[in-house]
Design a protein around this ligand. Structure first.
Ligand SMILES: C[S@@+](CC[C@H](N)C(=O)[O-])C[C@H]1O[C@@H](n2cnc3c(N)ncnc32)[C@H](O)[C@@H]1O
Length: 254
């Protein structure tokens, strides 16, 4: 198993988030059917997939490029008795061969950055039924003037990072109506993500004869954690819930 997989596959989540945040975002997707069709993009080992399965009783197509993560999700779904609601699909989010206007909800926690927020918004829109909802989390600056260490780190690690207001502009420009947005609390970074990640880093570091590149990878992740410890008030994840207009077909010309 690669060091990346070994580090992340054992964690409850592969990014910041919480069941409470998932439920809060879902509450803004009003008037969806009782058994909605849901597309969960970049699902990882599927914490939000399982939360959505329990909360909606819908059918979820969970997409990721990592087969190991999808296998872990399938095991978790079976253990929780929701396997019949969840099907997994190994595919990149920018190469999905799925029908247009198919889903009531498209969900993407901590993964749209893989193709970039702006591009991801446009690419995912076609999978939604008119009136359907897209819920995504994205790394944002909470301040227009971030401190130098945070600016240096994130400008290199994720150059498109920007403010909440600018992301709201991208949402509107991509043809959605913004329904609501809220910031994830620091607990959503520590409880199921950075806390377990730190413990896993320690475990892997204490192994005999770790490879140099593995140690460098562990150091990079620890650096990210220390940065958040110092500057969590300056950046974080924003949950955006938006809607594809009911008359989208008319506006799309499709
Ligand atoms: C930060 S993790 C978030 C996982 C999960 N949604 C969560 O919040 O715990 C990002 C996920 O995106 C997946 N990923 C990376 N590139 C992708 C792509 N092009 N298409 C689909 N998934 C991708 C990774 O394998 C990983 O599971």
């Amino acid at each position: 198993m690669s060091s990346r997989l070994e580090l992340f596959n054992a964690l409850p989540r592969q990014g910041p988030g919480s069941d409470l945040a998932t439920a809060s975002a879902l509450a803004f997707a009003k008037y969806i059917p009782e058994h909605p069709r849901i597309l969960d993009i970049g699902c990882g080992t599927g914490s939000q997939t399982l939360a959505l399965a329990r909360l909606t009783g819908g059918r979820i197509t969970a997409v990721d490029i990592s087969q190991a993560f999808l296998d872990t999700l399938a095991r978790r779904a079976k253990n929780l008795g929701v396997a019949s609601q969840v099907s997994t699909l190994r595919c990149s989010m920018d190469a999905l061969d799925l029908p247009d206007d198919e889903f009531d909800l498209v969900w993407c926690e901590g993964a749209i950055y893989n193709v970039g927020f702006k591009r991801g918004l446009r690419a995912l829109r076609r999978f939604l039924k008119p009136g359907g909802f897209l819920a995504v989390t994205e790394l944002v600056w909470f301040t227009p003037d971030p401190p130098e260490p945070a600016l240096r780190f994130w400008s290199a690690a994720y150059p498109p990072i920007t403010t909440v207001d600018e992301n709201v502009g991208y949402i509107e420009a991509a043809g959605y109506s913004l329904i609501h947005h809220f910031s994830l609390p620091a607990s959503a970074w520590w409880d199921d993500y950075y806390g377990p990640l730190e413990r896993q880093i320690e475990k892997l570091r204490s192994r005999q004869w770790p490879a140099t590149e593995d140690l460098a990878f562990l150091d990079e992740n620890q650096e990210e954690i220390e940065l958040y410890r110092s500057y969590s008030e300056c950046y974080g994840y924003e949950f955006f819930v938006m809607q594809k207009p009911q008359d989208a077909r008319v506006h799309d010309g499709s």
